[in-house]
Design a protein around this ligand. Structure first.
Ligand code: UDP
Length: 235
């Protein structure tokens, strides 16, 4: 087996990815497919940390007539529900996992402790980070950039609904052009919808490459690890 391009990865799963075709809530068969791909890359020798979103259940900005902080707290709690769903699916196929949350809920999961997370990764456990960064006014993309920097991940695998970064929305514009490669500054200056600017800046400052790809086929996680150019790389 050749050298692995990435030894430690931070996989960012949007909440939508867990909803599958349903578009809302949790599609357990979809979560299981994702879990199987994670197991495969673990078996290839990759250490995997996961940040999971919450948009399939609740997003801060959808909280009408609600103060932003409360809505964001609800969004962060949604990510914990997803983290537990993912943990269950991984453990059902014998992958050892730990959930760590940025907001303490000790009866449910470990609190986020960086050194402990690093130790889990070294021991071959998947660490799932729930509750985003623990702060309102942030996104789980920013939490992914933060945790990737903290645990010294080699890359962020940004699993989306679309198969890469386009110059405009490919859903509404059939002439949209996909990029194979971009710089962080391209993303920021052209306001491309990859990650929000806070997350992109954090990756830029800490030189963490981002690979954007689609989870339409959960096997894409394996393809990315095998070095196939299936999405867009931002570096
Ligand atoms: N959130 C937050 N702080 C964080 C991360 C998330 O307040 O550090 C809240 C925010 O309301 C967000 C929601 O949690 O809308 C769910 O996360 P996100 O929208 O990033 O999930 P995704 O779009 O990836 O499913």
């Amino acid at each position: 087996m050749g050298e692995l391009a990435y030894k430690r990865v931070l996989l960012k799963l949007s909440g939508e990815a867990l909803a599958g075709e349903k578009g809302f809530g949790i599609d357990t068969s979809m979560v299981l497919e994702i879990a199987k791909s994670v197991k495969t890359i673990m078996e290839m020798g990759v250490e995997v940390a996961i940040v999971v979103g919450g948009g399939n259940i609740f997003r801060g900005r959808s909280g009408e007539n609600m103060d932003r902080t409360t809505a964001d707290h609800m969004g962060m709690l949604a990510t914990v529900i997803n983290a537990l769903a993912l943990q269950t699916s991984l453990e059902n196929i014998d992958v050892v996992t730990r959930v760590q949350t940025a907001i303490e809920m000790k009866e449910i999961a470990e609190p986020y402790i960086r050194r402990r997370a690093m130790r889990h990764l070294e021991k071959g456990r998947v660490v799932i980070f729930g509750a985003g960064s623990g702060n309102p006014y942030f996104s789980t993309d920013t939490a992914a950039a933060l945790r990737a920097a903290e645990v010294d991940a080699d890359v962020i695998l940004l699993a989306k609904k679309v198969d890469g970064v386009y110059d405009c929305d490919p859903v509404t514009n059939p002439n949209a052009v996909k990029f194979d490669k971009l710089t962080y500054l391209d993303v920021l200056n052209r306001d491309l919808k990859v990650m929000d600017s806070t997350a992109t800046s954090l990756c830029k400052d800490n030189k963490i490459p981002i690979i954007v790809f689609s989870l339409e086929n959960p096997n894409n996680i394996i393809k990315v690890i095998n070095g196939e150019n299936i999405g867009t790389i931002v570096e």
